[in-house]
Design a protein. Structure first.
Lengths: 393, 313
C-alpha cells in the first residue's frame, strides 16, 4: 500500500511540473514580433542558395556589411553610426558616419578602414547652439571624381532646416562648395543627388505641390545649379527654366532614383500617396524619363540598385510587413523578358502554284509566359532601408 | 485528485504568467468621471452639437498623447495629440479624426481655451466631455499614452514599418525623454522613404513640428501613419505577448477600457483592410488660424459638424 506521504510528494511534484510547464508553454507561444534582427554574419539559413556577382555593401545597426559569394562579412563595428554608402573609385566606399548632433562623410576601403574625412560638421564642444552643427547625407561622387555631391543643411533659417544639394571639391570645405538646388521651405528639402556624366544632376525634391495641400516627393532634373526663386515662400517650385525640371508628377511620390549601368534606364520607388512603395522603371534619355513601368507592387521596396553587369536589380524590402528589411534580387528577365520567338510564316511549296487554298501555318500553342519572381536573399535581418546599397563588380 | 491538482496548478502557472499584465491593467484602468452637467458655452464660438444616435456594435475611442516629462507636474499635462478612432466591427471600417491641439473651444470645466488644456484642468473626463460637447459625438473609451509609453510600446513590438512623408529635420527638438535637464535640445534627422523605425525614431517622427509648414496638422497626419503601422503589427501579436507589452507600458498608459474589450480590439485592428480606414485631419476650410499671438486654431463648426456626423454617426 502506498503511503500517504508518497502520494502527497507525488502530487506536489506533479503540481510543480504542471504549473512551471504551463508558464513555460505560454512563454514559448510568444510571437516573433519583438525578436531582434539577426546579425547578417550569423543569419540562418545562410544565404548561399543564390550567388550574386560582385560585392554588395549595405548597413545594419550602424555597421557596414559586405555580401559576396553568398556570405556576409562585417566591415565596421556595430552601432558605430555608419550609413548611406556610395561607390568610390578603386573599390572603396563613401559613407556617412552619424553622431547624435551631426554627421560627416568619409572614404573607407573595402575592409572598413577610414582613409579620409571629407566634411567637418561638428563644432567646439563649448558651443551649445544645436543649429551650429550640420548634417551631410546621401554622398555621391561626380562622374569625374573631382567633386563630392551631398545633401547638406545650408542655408537654414531657425526652425526651417531644409536640405539642399551641394557639390564640394574633393578635399575642400563647404565654403568652396556650390549650391545646386533651391530647397522649398519647411519640406525637409532636397535629397538623394545623382550626378550625371553630362554634368547635370538628378535628385529628389520635396514640395507642397501645386495646390499647397500636402508634402510630395518628385524626381527632379537640373542641367546646372538652380537659380533662387526670388523671395517669398513657394509651395511648389517653378518647373523649368533655371529652376530645374520635374521628371515625375507630384502624386506619384517618386524618390531614390538609380541609373542603370548603361545609362539608359532609371529605377525609382514611388508610393502614390500610400504606405506602400512600388519599384518603377523608365527609359532615360539623359534629360527625360520615358513612361513609368511598375515591376514590383506588393512590397515595401527601398533602395533599388542595378547589378554592375546588368543582370538584375537588388533592393531592400521586408518579407513580412513590420519585420525588418531583407535583401532581394529581381532578375533582368522579370522586367526585360527575352524577345518572343518569331511567328512561323508559310514556306512556299516547291513545284509551283497549288490549286485550292494555300495552307496556313498551324498555330502552335503559345507557351504560358514564365513569371519571374524576385528572389529573397536573406531572412531575419534588419537592414537599414534609408541607406543605399553599393554594388561593385 | 491528481487531475484536479494538475488543473489547478496549470491555472496557477497561467495566472503567474499573466500576472504582470493583470497588474498593469489594474493600474492603468481608471474610472473616468465625465463632468456633468456640461457648462454652457460662454460665447457664440461653441458648436450647436447634439449627440447623434449610436450605431449598434460600433464604438469610439479617444486617443490622447502627452508630453509627460519632468517639466510637468503629475497629471497636469497637455494633450498634444487627440485622435478620435471609430471602429465598426460589422462593416470592418475605421475612421481616424485628428483634433488640432490648438482648437479654440468651450472647455467642459468652464471657460474657453485650447482643447489640449482640457486634460490638464480635469483629467481624461474633462477631455472626453470637451470633445463630446463640441463635436456632438459619444465616446466609449479613452487611451492616454505618455512619451516613454509610445517609445516602449513600439520597441516592445519590434518597431514599425513606415513610408515617411518627407525627411524630418529639427534643430530644436526637445531632449526630454530620459534623465537629465529636460530643457535641452536635440538635433533630429529622420530620413525619407520606406524604413523600419524603432520607438525613439518613431517618436521623433510624430512629435517634431518645427520643420513642417502645416505644423500641428502635418504632425497629426504623421501620427495617423504611425497608428496604421501599429495596426499592421497588431495582427502578428499573440496573447502570450501581453505580459511583455504590459511591462513596456508600465505607468505610461491609462485607459478606461476593460481587458476583454482590449482583447477583442487587437485581432479586429489587425484584420481591418487598410483601404477601409478613413483618415481625417481638420485642415482649412474646417479650421483657420486666428492671426493672434496665442496662436490658436478657430473651428468652422458649420463645416466640421457635418463632416464629423458623416464619419461618427
Amino acid at each position: 500500500m502506498i503511503s500517504r506521504a508518497l502520494v502527497a510528494a507525488g502530487l506536489a511534484v506533479l503540481k510543480v511540473v504542471s504549473s512551471v510547464g504551463t508558464y513555460a508553454y505560454l512563454g514559448s507561444r510568444k510571437s516573433k514580433v519583438a525578436a531582434p534582427p539577426q546579425n547578417p554574419t550569423a543569419a540562418t539559413p545562410s544565404p548561399t542558395a543564390f550567388n550574386l556577382p560582385g560585392t554588395l555593401f549595405m548597413t545594419q545597426a550602424g555597421a557596414i556589411y559586405s555580401f559576396s559569394a553568398g556570405r556576409f562579412h562585417q566591415v565596421t563595428p556595430l552601432n558605430s553610426g555608419w550609413t548611406q554608402l556610395a561607390p568610390y573609385p578603386g573599390g572603396r566606399l563613401l559613407a556617412v558616419k552619424r553622431s547624435l548632433m551631426y554627421s560627416d562623410v568619409y572614404v573607407l576601403n573595402r575592409l572598413g578602414r577610414v582613409l579620409r574625412k571629407l566634411t567637418n560638421n561638428n563644432v567646439a564642444p563649448r558651443n551649445y547652439d544645436p543649429a551650429a552643427r550640420h548634417w551631410s547625407f546621401y554622398p555621391r561622387l561626380s562622374a569625374n571624381s573631382k567633386n563630392l555631391f551631398m545633401s547638406y543643411d545650408k542655408p537654414k533659417f531657425g526652425f526651417d532646416v531644409p536640405m539642399s544639394i551641394w557639390s564640394v571639391p574633393l578635399g575642400g570645405t563647404i565654403n568652396q562648395g556650390r549650391l545646386w538646388s533651391v530647397a522649398i521651405d519647411y519640406t525637409g528639402g532636397d535629397i538623394q543627388p545623382l550626378p550625371l556624366r553630362s554634368g547635370g544632376l538628378v535628385y529628389t525634391k520635396y514640395s507642397y505641390g501645386p495646390d499647397c495641400s500636402g508634402l510630395e516627393s518628385q524626381v527632379w532634373y537640373t542641367a546646372q545649379p538652380e537659380q533662387s526663386y526670388g523671395g517669398g515662400r513657394v509651395c511648389a517650385p517653378p518647373d523649368g527654366g533655371n529652376h530645374g525640371r520635374a521628371l515625375t508628377l507630384p502624386n506619384e511620390g517618386c524618390q531614390q532614383p538609380s541609373l542603370s549601368p548603361d545609362g539608359r534606364s532609371m529605377a525609382m520607388i514611388c508610393n502614390y500617396r500610400t504606405q506602400v512603395s512600388y519599384l518603377n522603371l523608365a527609359s532615360w534619355t539623359g534629360s527625360r524619363l520615358g513612361p513609368r513601368r511598375t515591376v514590383i507592387k506588393n512590397q515595401l521596396v527601398a533602395q533599388p540598385t542595378w547589378a554592375p553587369d546588368g543582370s538584375g536589380i537588388a533592393y531592400l524590402a521586408p518579407s513580412v510587413m513590420g519585420q525588418g528589411f531583407q535583401l532581394w534580387f529581381l532578375p533582368k528577365a522579370a522586367y526585360a523578358p527575352p524577345a518572343p520567338s518569331p511567328v512561323p510564316v508559310p514556306t512556299p511549296t516547291p513545284g509551283g502554284p497549288v490549286n485550292g487554298p494555300v495552307p496556313s501555318p498551324s498555330a502552335s500553342p503559345t507557351p504560358a509566359p514564365v513569371v519571374i519572381k524576385p528572389i529573397q536573399m536573406t531572412n531575419d535581418l534588419g537592414l537599414d532601408a534609408t541607406s543605399p546599397i553599393v554594388w561593385i563588380p | 485528485m491528481a487531475v484536479i491538482a494538475v488543473a489547478l496548478s496549470s491555472a496557477a502557472g497561467g495566472f503567474a504568467y499573466f500576472l504582470p499584465a493583470i497588474q498593469e491593467a489594474y493600474d492603468a484602468t481608471n474610472v473616468v468621471d465625465i463632468p456633468s452637467p456640461t457648462p454652457t458655452p460662454l460665447n457664440s464660438i461653441g458648436p450647436t452639437a447634439k449627440p447623434s444616435p449610436r450605431t449598434p456594435g460600433a464604438f469610439t475611442v479617444l486617443l490622447l498623447g502627452s508630453d509627460n516629462d519632468t517639466k510637468f507636474i503629475g497629471d497636469q499635462v497637455l494633450t498634444q495629440s487627440m485622435i478620435l478612432v471609430r471602429f465598426n466591427p460589422s462593416t470592418k471600417k475605421v475612421v481616424m479624426l485628428s483634433i488640432p491641439r490648438d482648437l479654440w473651444v468651450p472647455l467642459s470645466v468652464g471657460g474657453i481655451g485650447k482643447i489640449d488644456g482640457a486634460y490638464s484642468y480635469g483629467g481624461a473626463g474633462a477631455a472626453i466631455a470637451t470633445v463630446e460637447n463640441n463635436f456632438g459625438i459619444h465616446i466609449d473609451a479613452y487611451i492616454w499614452i505618455g512619451l516613454a509609453g509610445l517609445v516602449n510600446v513600439i520597441n516592445a513590438i519590434g518597431g514599425i514599418d513606415v513610408v515617411t512623408t518627407a525627411p524630418v529635420f529639427d534643430d530644436f527638438y526637445p531632449y526630454d525623454v530620459g534623465p537629465g535637464n529636460p530643457y535641452r535640445y536635440l538635433r533630429v534627422a529622420v530620413m525619407a522613404g520606406p524604413q523600419h523605425l524603432d520607438g525613439t525614431h518613431a517618436l521623433e517622427y510624430v512629435r517634431s513640428r518645427h520643420n513642417d509648414l502645416q505644423s500641428d496638422f502635418g504632425r497629426s497626419a504623421r501620427q495617423q501613419q504611425v497608428l496604421l503601422a501599429l495596426r499592421a503589427k497588431a495582427a502578428a501579436i499573440s496573447a502570450a505577448d501581453v505580459p511583455q507589452l504590459a511591462a513596456a507600458m508600465k505607468g505610461q498608459i491609462k485607459t478606461n477600457m476593460s481587458l476583454s474589450r482590449i482583447a477583442a480590439l487587437l485581432p479586429l485592428a489587425g484584420s481591418i483592410d487598410i483601404r477601409n480606414i478613413q483618415q481625417v485631419v481638420l485642415l482649412p476650410p474646417y479650421t483657420h488660424g486666428c492671426g493672434c499671438p496665442q496662436g490658436y486654431v478657430v473651428p468652422v463648426w458649420g463645416a466640421i459638424l457635418p463632416l464629423v456626423h458623416q464619419y461618427f454617426p
